[in-house]
Design a protein around this ligand. Structure first.
Ligand code: Z15
Length: 802
């Protein structure tokens, strides 16, 4: 039975072909029909959005405003059609005219408005909130260029601009009627009025923020939410005087400076970039968003007393931390509230998620930078800091010695995490382990002062994209065996455990994995020119390239394996190692690791003694749409970060739900995967967080592990001697021997041993498929539907709007 939405879509596609192109589908070219399909789908969502937002308004429902510098949206066409339950109909409809919907899917570029886990999490949460009919608005920047395109030349990563809007701009709905002005630089003047001492911001530079709304669909719901992306432009267009004088370049300078704010996403994941433009980006989207939110609230309620009951502003990592002083500024300067009243409203409306404990990722800004760019904001931060320190001295004299660490301003810097903790009513980590580390270690003192603020919400993923859409064969099998209810409530997937001994189901699982491996093998053949054996075990490590994630440890094991095959007659199970990762552009060590992976790949490929047992593939340009091809094909999921460093991980969950078995350390959400599947369905190795800390405090010396282990010596000397294709990797050799900050060498032996256990398990086909089934069937708790329900009930206190 054809649904109502499909019918509407078809009519609309036909109409758009006529109106936009004076054509019809039959005679249309691919580009025209592509545009018509996207435009029609967007229109359906716009209509649904209108109906839903009316209900939200009528019910005066409390709303979530999710502030994030990143939303890693990926592609939208397939997701939207699938959510609208119109995919099959539209596919058939297009096929009637000789168009293959898969080709349209491939034409759509990823909206790569994020780096990695943090940005993708934000997008998963938008999907789940919408599916569960909660009102949420995401706020971010309409970057003209998303995360760079990665091209590998001779093993070295090169970056190219990712211009996505031409081909995917159909989803962006401009709202010129809601432009907002944001102020930078200038001076502040204080003067007395009948309201007391007031502060005026003068001589500022204005930038206009123009919103573009991207509609977020949900599955089996009336709800459609919006992701509002702000674009920067100058207030004045260009300078007509200069233009008339023939100074063409100069005449457009102001516009160029203003629009640079929304030009490009910073490509550093988990590492701070203390640049002026980055600070401007942060304030730009925070200020525009909060001005809009407060304006709407005031129009409706005429007061901000009710603000914390009607709105919660979520700060995704510290990047939007200026929400704290900006909300204070708006309440005081624009609406006349006095400090205490403004603080009461602010500190009861903001909630903060921390995503890392790595010191280089904990944001801090030089005082001078904040002061010059945002003088009014800086003066407010100073006052927040003064009162905060006063509070600590008065109420926690025992912490006086720690005041430098806890202060919002100290050592010439503004400490953004401290600002967020002081200014939010809730602070959460993203896995049980990570949230514990926040309380006992990173923010130990804050936990003494505000014990009730700290909570945990373990991350989750939307299984609709990562299972149903990415792995339709597995989704089909699940539907046959346990019914389709899991699409809306993933806890149903637990029923799949019943098929643990069902030979037919186990063999179906193997067939499905094989098909997915073939799909990936085709991609690899086409892009890398490498033939991989689909009967070999696919071992996958896909994520950003970072030292702490230890792709290097993975390569060391591979080199060890290579040497044992080549020189010691070892005959392992045939295995294919698949890597994909972007390194941030200026991160030398990360790029060296990519170069090493590529060199090992070449070396193995050229060696007839080895290549039938071992393949190594580095797939370039990892992104959401590529992840959707790689992840369903994985047998083994490598999650090998140094314990205590990966806040959660979410790739681990995507791989698990697609039947990959985790090979990992007790880090982040791996700990909870371990609890969910049991020790016999996961491969755990390496030092625990506690052991890492102990070793660190005793003094870690990588040479000790070198001296104690023959394999480590062989591998390191092999690298040093030019064994890897005659290439020079001295920098990596020295890094490992004399620094090794993430203790690769300490975990090497245990990691190699884990690999042998993996091989042994994989050789027992029946047993391995059972492990795989257990992983699928116990992935229910990692649904982002569960995560957002936790947020809604325990942090945001919001209810669905039906
Ligand atoms: C990022 O992707 C993450 C943390 C950060 O502080 C930044 Cl700046 C970017 C990741 C964590 O590394 C990862 O463990 C976690 O799963 C993800 O955020 C989502 O919480």
């Amino acid at each position: 039975m054809e649904n109502h939405v499909s019918q509407k879509l078809k009519t609309s596609i036909e109409k758009i072909m006529e109106v936009n192109f004076g054509n019809n589908i039959k005679n249309g070219n691919k580009r025209q029909v592509y545009e018509a399909v996207l435009t029609a789908t967007n229109e359906i969502l716009a209509e649904k959005r209108y109906e839903y937002s009316k209900k939200v308004k009528e019910q005066e429902a409390k709303q979530v405003y999710y502030m994030s510098m990143e939303f890693l949206v990926g592609t939208s066409l397939k997701n939207n059609l699938w959510n609208l339950e119109a995919e099959d109909d539209i596919k058939a409809f297009l096929a009637e005219y000789g168009f293959d919907i898969e080709e349209f899917y491939e034409m759509e570029p990823d909206a790569g408005l994020g780096n990695g886990g943090l940005g993708r999490l934000a997008s998963c949460y938008m999907d789940s909130m919408t599916t569960l009919s909660y009102p949420i608005t995401g706020f971010s920047i309409r970057y003209e260029f998303g995360i760079f395109k990665q091209v590998i030349i001779d093993g070295w990563q090169n970056e190219f601009p990712d211009s996505w809007i031409d081909q995917a701009g159909y989803w962006l709905n401009p709202r010129a009627d809601e432009e907002i002005e944001v102020h930078f630089f200038g001076n502040i003047k204080e003067h007395w009025t009948d309201k007391g001492l007031t502060t005026e911001h003068t001589d500022y530079v204005s930038v206009m923020a123009k919103p573009y709304d991207l509609f977020i669909s949900g599955y089996d719901t009336e709800a459609v939410n919006t992701l509002r992306l702000w674009s920067a432009k100058s207030t004045s267009g260009f300078n007509m005087d200069l233009f008339s004088k023939g100074e063409y370049v100069k005449s457009t300078e102001n516009e160029a400076i203003a629009s640079s704010i929304s030009k490009v996403l910073y490509p550093a994941d988990d590492k701070i970039e203390g640049k002026s433009l980055r600070l401007k980006q942060q304030y730009f989207f925070v200020s525009a968003s909060l001005q809009q939110i407060t304006k709407e609230h005031y129009k409706k309620y005429g007061t901000f007393e009710s603000f914390p009951d009607k709105a919660v502003i979520h700060i995704n990592d510290t990047h939007p931390s200026l929400c704290v002083p900006e909300l204070m500024r708006i309440l005081m300067d624009d609406y006349g509230y006095v400090w205490d009243a403004a603080w009461d409203i602010t500190a009861n409306s903001l909630a903060y998620t921390n995503h890392t404990v790595m010191s280089e990722a904990l944001e801090k800004w030089p005082i001078d930078l904040v002061k010059s760019h945002l003088p009014r904001i800086y003066s407010i931060i100073e006052e927040i800091n003064r009162r905060f320190c006063q509070f600590i001295y008065t109420n926690h004299p025992e912490l006086s010695a720690s005041i430098d660490k806890m202060a919002i301003i100290s050592e010439g810097m503004v400490k953004m995490a401290n600002l967020c903790i002081a200014g939010s009513y809730s602070v959460n980590g993203v896995s049980k382990l990570h949230s514990d580390i926040l309380k006992t270690d990173t923010f130990h003192n804050f936990n003494i002062v505000y014990p009730d603020k700290f909570t945990n919400v373990t991350n989750g993923i939307t299984h609709r994209r990562w299972l149903c859409q990415a792995n339709p064969l597995l989704s089909q099998l699940l539907t046959e065996k346990i019914g389709g209810g899991f699409k809306k409530s993933l806890s149903d997937i637990e029923k799949f455990n019943e098929f643990y001994y069902d030979e037919a189901v186990l063999s179906r699982l193997r067939e499905i994995k094989k098909e997915n491996k073939k799909r990936l093998a085709d991609y690899i053949a086409q892009k890398n020119g490498i033939e991989v054996n689909c009967d070999s075990m696919f071992d996958v490590q896909v994520k950003r390239l970072h030292e702490y994630k230890r792709q290097l440890l993975n390569v060391l094991q591979i080199i060890d394996l290579y040497r044992k095959i080549k020189f010691q007659g070892f005959r392992p199970l045939p295995q294919t190692y698949i890597f994909a990762a972007k390194a941030s552009a200026g991160y030398f060590m990360a790029k060296e690791i990519i170069r090493l992976i590529c060199a090992v790949s070449d070396m193995v490929e050229r060696d007839p003694d080895v290549r039938d047992f071992l393949k190594v593939v580095f797939i370039a340009d990892y992104k959401v749409s590529l992840a959707e091809i790689i992840i369903p094909a994985a047998d083994i999921s490598e999650q090998i970060s140094q314990a205590g460093k990966e806040a959660s991980g979410t790739g681990n969950m995507k791989l698990m739900i697609n039947g990959a078995v985790t090979l990992g350390t007790m880090d982040g959400a791996n700990v909870e995967i371990y609890e969910a599947v049991g020790p016999e369905n996961i491969f755990i190795f390496g030092l625990s967080t506690q052991e890492v800390n102990d070793l660190y405090h005793r003094g870690y010396r990588p040479e000790d592990f070198y001296n104690a282990n023959q394999s480590i010596r062989d591998v390191l000397e092999f690298i040093k001697s030019g064994g890897i294709g005659g290439k020079n990797f001295d920098s990596l050799y020295h890094y490992l021997m004399y620094s090794d900050p993430y203790m690769n060498l300490a975990d090497f032996a245990s990691y190699c041993d884990a690999h042998r256990r993996v091989e042994e398990a994989y050789r027992d086909e029946a047993r391995f498929t059972q492990m795989s089934l257990k992983n699928i069937a116990n992935a229910g708790i990692f649904a982002s539907d569960r995560s957002v329900t936790d947020y809604a009930n325990h942090i945001w206190h919001v209810k669905p709007v039906q």
